[in-house]
Design a binder for this molecule. Structure first.
Ligand SMILES: *Cc1c(COP(=O)(O)O)cnc(C)c1O
Length: 405
């Protein structure tokens, strides 16, 4: 009674993928909270280290609970292999540092998660790696930057917080012609809404902290790619530098991922409705959501994504004061820089997540002082809408009072 998991549909893979039952026949995935493993005898230990028998050695290299998670993620992504890490940033760092060496060249989209931006702009140049940023939505800039040889391209699509898209097949073609591998941070899309490997990317990275846990409990990361790249390039780096995910957190993620399709589906539907609702509110000057007709890259969104995602970004009148008034008016939505949670969370990027990149870079990315990012949760959509309505109404009221003065 064996089932070929590659024949299963995504929601089923999320529940059954990678399950390896112990001799106890447990229903739920077992938590192997162990750092080491014992061998039957000295010969088995010798053979394990020689690589002639398969046996777990040490949880810095591999652990059965992590293996289940890695196989489930590979199945859902359509990737040959996967390694998990303690955080999303450890995943990005491992993918980059394992592949690059002094003298190499990296081209990255400017609209990156803050810490990814720091690795490219600050860390890599310290080791003699040349880096260049381009506007991710501008194919002309990619073409110019990749007219010279390069080794790695890093991008995020949709981007945080402005939900700007990068044309994955077009950039992958340019990158490959320049000799570079393409690493995609797919956090905002999740593997359910966009599969970068099928669109030409070579490596996909995740912060599992976001939608995969989805309930705000644990940190985690994942890197997915070909078996060859994972084994030859990434695995030695992970094995020897130790960004290992805790088995406990891997177990929490395995259970979280079982409901990923249900949660992302529900949050996406609510997000699309909230984006339309916000666009109608006086005091809201602009809304960004990938599938909306007024998104400058709607065609691209329809081509490479199957849903707009769980995040809605909007701008209110009145700059920072207006945005703070709205954020402080929320009764249900919490002020938090996290995202991909069951609870709806709002952040003011200009003063928090994107404070460090400076005013000039924020202006280039379109992050004005009135911009608010909302990560839509699993509450009843009507309650989220009610909260936004009353918070934004406060803004219109204040504006008319000011105008009357
Ligand atoms: C959160 C996030 C990361 C970093 O992940 P951590 O788990 O917080 O280390 C990287 N990229 C994107 C797009 C993110 O949202």
């Amino acid at each position: 009674m064996t089932l070929d998991p590659s024949r299963l549909r995504p929601a089923t893979r999320l529940v059954h993928g990678g399950v390896q039952r112990s001799h106890h026949g447990e229903t739920a995935e077992a938590l192997f909270l162990t750092s080491g493993y014992v061998y039957d005898d000295a010969e088995q230990a010798e053979a394990t280290f020689a690589g002639t028998v398969e046996h777990y050695q040490y949880s810095r290299f591999a652990n059965p609970t992590l293996t289940m998670l890695e196989q489930r993620l590979s199945l859902i992504e359509g990737a040959e292999d996967c390694r998990t890490t303690a955080t999303g940033m450890a995943a990005v760092n491992a993918a980059l540092l394992s592949h690059l060496k002094a003298g190499d060249r990296v081209v990255a989209a400017r609209a990156l998660f803050g810490s990814c931006h720091w690795i490219v702009s600050t860390l890599l140049p310290k080791f003699g790696i040349e880096t260049e940023f381009v506007d991710g939505a501008d194919l002309g800039q990619w073409k110019a930057a990749l007219s010279r040889p390069a080794n790695l391209v890093l991008l995020e699509t949709p981007s945080n917080p402005m939900l700007e898209l990068v044309d994955l097949p077009a950039v992958a073609e340019l990158a490959h012609a320049a000799g570079a591998i393409v690493v995609v941070d797919n956090v905002f899309a999740t593997p359910l809404l966009q599969q970068p490997l099928k669109l030409g990317a070579d490596v996909v990275v995740y912060s599992c902290t976001k939608h995969m846990d989805g309930q705000g409990r644990v940190l985690g990361g994942a890197v997915l790619g070909t078996k060859k790249w994972i084994n030859d390039v990434l695995q030695p780096f992970i094995r020897n530098t130790g960004p290992a995910l805790s088995p406990f957190n891997a177990w929490v993620l395995l259970k979280g991922i079982e409901t990923l399709a249900l949660r992302v589906d529900a949050a996406c539907r609510t997000a699309a409705a909230i984006a339309d609702f916000l666009a109608e509110q006086p005091g809201v000057t602009r809304v960004w959501y990938p599938m909306r007709a007024d998104h400058p890259q709607q065609d691209l969104a329809l081509k490479q994504m199957t849903g707009g995602g769980t995040v809605v970004t909007f701008e209110v009148a009145g700059g920072k004061d207006g945005a703070f008034r709205v954020m402080n008016g929320f009764q249900l939505i919490a002020v938090s820089n996290n995202l991909g949670d069951s609870k709806s969370l709002a952040t003011h990027p200009a003063t928090t997540t994107h404070m460090r990149i400076g005013e000039q870079e924020r202006a280039r990315l379109g992050i004005t002082d009135g911009v608010i990012r909302v990560s839509i949760g699993l509450e009843d959509p009507a309650d989220i809408q009610d909260d936004l309505r009353q918070a934004v109404a406060g803004l219109a009221g204040a504006a008319s009072v000011l105008a009357a003065d």
